[in-house]
Design a protein around this ligand. Structure first.
Ligand code: NAP
Ligand code: ZN
Length: 349
């Protein structure tokens, strides 16, 4: 076993603090990665504080991992020592169900193994990227083809990037399509960049007037303050697609009314408490759809990373030392992040 420094929450109410974990020695098809950077996703906070229930403690969050391969098992074919590599939200899945066979491991019918808090029904816990090293099956490791200098800003693509890329592709963001992105946080700012790069007309919906200029700089054609009823009413019946990244319960009708006939709103934000139920008539009368989407499969995650490398897309980040994590969580709750915290793992010593 490999002793590894990490930061963990010991309970739903305790701050994250130094903790030592053990990683397995790499097996034949494993890759061992020295973690250089790890993004801070709002899901880390939901999990560390047991907001979704079911958190196993100690909990070491982190599923936006980038680093360097330092060892490979004898059967590993596609990675070698020295390669840059990424790990997202999953480290395993059953591999044989309908979803896994179709490259949609995130919908594994037997339950994928999360990078942290992995086992759903007993078994050993998994520990995430707020740590120095991780050992992952080759088939769940991604190639990073960005310039190494951009590595810290690549980390958030592993969750925030793929979580917005996947529904944008599935629901057809592209030229001639009007796309809305609700919430300018980690997911939302990637949604704006990606929808813009795909050629869609992009409108950002934000509760924060201070983010208007950034929204435009990131690629939004328009920015709408979602708390302003007049600005919202002026946009009724226009959108083909809205990706809703908001991390708190809110009135979905305010957004459903913005969809044109046959338009869809995709929920990716995962608040701990339910949204108030939407008015069914807002769906019926214009044959609108309300759907959800979970990260993306491994092949699609690689496609997204390569798309971003090709288009020069990375995340806008604030690099922090590991010791800052509890302050970072409080700032995230105040929507005070531009637009993703990324932990420099060298700070763990
Ligand atoms: P984040 O950085 O905190 O961004 C969330 C944004 O939502 C905020 O910046 C804010 O944007 C807006 N917001 C927050 N509270 C709000 C409120 N009360 N009313 C209206 N808007 C509010 O979080 P994130 O990391 O992007 O994650 C967003 C959500 O997605 C979380 O619930 C997370 O767990 C979930 N998630 C889901 C998946 C998936 O696969 N579906 C993957 C990763 C994360 P403005 O300031 O612009 O209003
Ligand atoms: Zn995440």
């Amino acid at each position: 076993m490999i002793k590894t420094k990490s930061y963990a929450a010991q309970s739903a109410t305790s701050p994250l603090a130094p903790h030592e974990i053990e990683r397995r020695e790499p097996g034949a098809d494993d890759v061992r990665i020295e973690i250089l950077y790890c993004g801070v996703c709002h899901s880390d906070l939901h999990t560390a504080r047991n907001e979704w229930t079911g958190t196993l403690y100690p909990c070491v969050p982190g599923h936006e991992i980038v680093g360097r391969v330092v060892a490979v098992g004898s059967q590993v074919k596609n990675f070698k020592v020295g390669d840059l590599a990424g790990v997202g939200c999953m480290v395993d899945s059953c591999g044989h169900c309908h979803s896994c066979a179709g490259g949609e491991e995130q919908y594994c019918e037997n339950g994928f193994t999360g990078t942290y808090n992995g086992p759903l029904f007993g078994g050993e816990n998994t520990y995430g990227g707020y740590s120095q090293t991780i050992v992952v099956k080759e088939s769940f490791v991604l190639h990073v083809r960005h310039d190494e200098k951009a590595l810290a800003s690549v980390a958030p693509l592993l969750c925030a990037g793929i979580t917005t890329y996947s529904p944008l592709r599935r629901w057809g963001a592209g030229p001639g399509r009007k796309v809305g992105i609700a919430g300018l946080g980690g997911l939302g700012h990637m949604g704006v960049k990606l929808a813009h790069a795909m050629g869609a007309h992009v409108t950002l919906f934000t509760t924060s007037p201070g983010k208007i200029a950034d929204g435009k700089r990131l690629g939004a054609d328009e920015v709408c303050i979602s708390t302003d009823a007049d600005q919202m009413a002026a946009r009724a019946n226009q959108f083909d697609l809205i990706i809703n990244t908001i991390a708190a319960p809110h009135d979905l009708d305010a957004y459903l009314r913005l969809l044109r006939r046959d338009g869809s709103m995709i929920l990716v934000g995962a608040p701990a408490a339910p949204h108030p139920s939407p008015n069914v008539f807002n769906l019926i009368l214009q044959r609108r759809s309300l759907a959800g989407s979970l990260i993306g499969g491994i092949a699609e995650t690689q496609e997204m990373l390569d798309f971003c490398a090709e288009h020069g897309i990375v995340s806008d980040i604030e690099t922090i030392p590991m010791q800052y994590i509890n302050t970072a969580y409080e700032r995230m709750l105040r929507s005070d992040v531009k637009y993703r915290f990324v932990i420099d793992m060298a700070s763990l010593g």
